[in-house]
Design a protein around this ligand. Structure first.
Ligand SMILES: Cc1ncc(COP(=O)(O)O)c(C=O)c1O
Length: 446
């Protein structure tokens, strides 16, 4: 047994200790996909191979990798103020970033609560919703409504309202009192649709059924992703989000948009709420706020939600919730630099402009062996491959692995569904390159 200093000093390539998240560890450790550095649209492996990033990191590096202004902002901040708590104290950039984020959000979504990840953003929003009803004297509103196939991170709140079976079934009874809307996807009615499908708006009316079952006075909030990303890019059917909003208004239920993926340009707007002209009561964000450079998440609340808490003696905390690293100085510095880049390079508009071309190129995959559906929205695409009999997920896994090792491309998988969502700086030539590589991979795993 080496002493601690010897162990620390030793350069080791031992792959045993790190238990990788959401990864088949044994398969990974047999043939690791290792990334050493990155710039712009590319990763570089330790042996110097350039790998095209077809997934903006993990739906987060929307400005492209290692952008100089973000790198400089983080370095300067680290030298100036490494940390200050946001409980009872804070630093100026926390207010600056909150104001800038609020200014990007529609209507009276103008109070920003910071945390460190999408999962924390979701738990924060669910807790604000419950507490909001409680402080207004409607404490019986405790039910939370999510949606089948929804992904809201991995906290107990998020997996309870989420609708992906493997994220739920190992973890006990989850939160009590949760119900789910049906997923909005139907291959029969929607296959190979660019953008929002025509079919499916009526599925929002399922909320009426849930209200009739439980009683509106027991329901606190409904949470949905405007576009369900992690389950394989499911754009909202036309009219769906508008109908959800109307039903929530009718019954005094808060509507939460989980914009952890759709925020900061993925759908061609700062937030999907703007694309659809639907304002939620609470909006979760993360990922793109710092372009992935420093962990950060948050919730934007409509002013009346915030105001509901601002009562009672002024020395008493209004919301008993927060994180040691809420509004961390490095995250705020990275966030401000990322927002500058989005503005100066007009990256949201760029995504909007590229959307039709992106969709057109993605649809060239139609007709390749085993391709059951291609869906697109903004700069994202989901491609369903036929599962192999007896081995669901194997074809998808092999596709992701081959993309990296054989085609120098990073894509994401969810079972046998491939997801593509490049940084918003992607060029038209790189869009073509991503889908050419993907086509070769699809043929190789046929
Ligand atoms: C819609 C949505 N919500 C929440 C999360 C969880 O975010 P994090 O992994 O930062 O906790 C994700 C992650 O992909 C997401 O897509």
């Amino acid at each position: 047994m080496p002493d601690a200093n010897t162990a620390l000093a030793r350069q080791t390539n031992d792959l045993d200790a790190f238990w990788l998240p959401f990864t088949p560890n044994r398969a990974f450790k047999r043939a690791p996909r290792m990334i050493a550095r990155a710039k712009g649209m590319h990763y570089f492996t330790p042996d110097g191979r350039a790998v095209l990033d077809g997934l903006a990191g993990l739906w987060c590096v929307n400005t492209g990798h290692n952008r100089d202004p973000i790198v400089a902002a983080i370095s300067l901040q680290a030298a100036e103020l490494d940390y200050s708590a946001a409980f009872h104290f804070t630093h100026p950039k926390s207010f600056e970033l909150a104001s800038r984020v609020a200014a990007l959000a529609p209507a009276d979504l103008n109070r920003v609560f910071f945390c460190n990840s999408g999962s924390e953003a979701v738990d924060t929003a669910l807790k604000i919703a419950l507490a909001y009803h409680s402080v207004r004297g409607e404490g019986a509103r405790t039910r939370l409504i999510g949606r089948e196939r929804g992904y809201h991170g991995v906290g107990f709140g998020g997996i309870s309202v989420g609708g992906i079976v493997n994220n739920r079934k190992f973890f006990g009874t989850l939160l009590a009192g949760v119900d789910h809307l049906p997923a909005t996807y139907s291959r029969e009615h929607q296959a190979f649709t660019k953008g929002e499908p025509d079919w499916g708006g009526h599925l929002a009316d399922e909320l009426e059924r849930i209200v009739a079952l439980h009683g509106a006075s027991t329901i606190a909030a409904v949470i949905v992703e405007p576009m369900a990303g992690s389950t394989g890019v499911l754009p909202p059917p036309k009219g769906y989000l508008e109908r959800l909003r109307a039903i929530c208004d009718k019954y005094g239920i808060l509507l939460i948009f989980d914009e952890v993926i759709t925020g900061f340009g993925r759908l061609g707007y700062a937030f999907a709420a703007e694309r659809y002209g639907v304002t939620p009561d609470l909006l979760c964000f993360a990922k793109g706020v710092t372009s992935g450079a420093v962990p950060m998440g948050g919730v934007i609340a409509r002013q009346p939600v915030y105001d509901a808490f601002m009562h009672g003696p002024e020395h008493v905390i209004e919301l008993f919730h927060g994180y040691t690293y809420s509004a961390h100085p490095l995250a705020c510095a990275a966030g401000l630099a990322a927002l500058d880049l989005y503005r100066d390079e007009k990256l949201f508009e760029r995504a909007k402009r590229l959307e039709p071309r992106f969709a057109e190129v993605a649809m060239t995959l139609k007709g390749l062996p085993g391709v059951l559906d291609v869906r697109t929205i903004g700069l994202s695409a989901g491609i369903d491959l036929a599962p192999r009999p007896e081995a669901p997920g194997e074809r998808g896994y092999e596709a992701m692995d081959r993309a990296f090792h054989d085609e120098d491309l990073v894509i994401r998988i969810s079972g046998d569904t491939l997801a593509i969502a490049p940084p918003l700086i992607v060029s038209e030539a790189q869009i073509a390159e991503i889908f050419d590589k993907t086509a070769r991979v699809i043929r190789a795993v046929a």
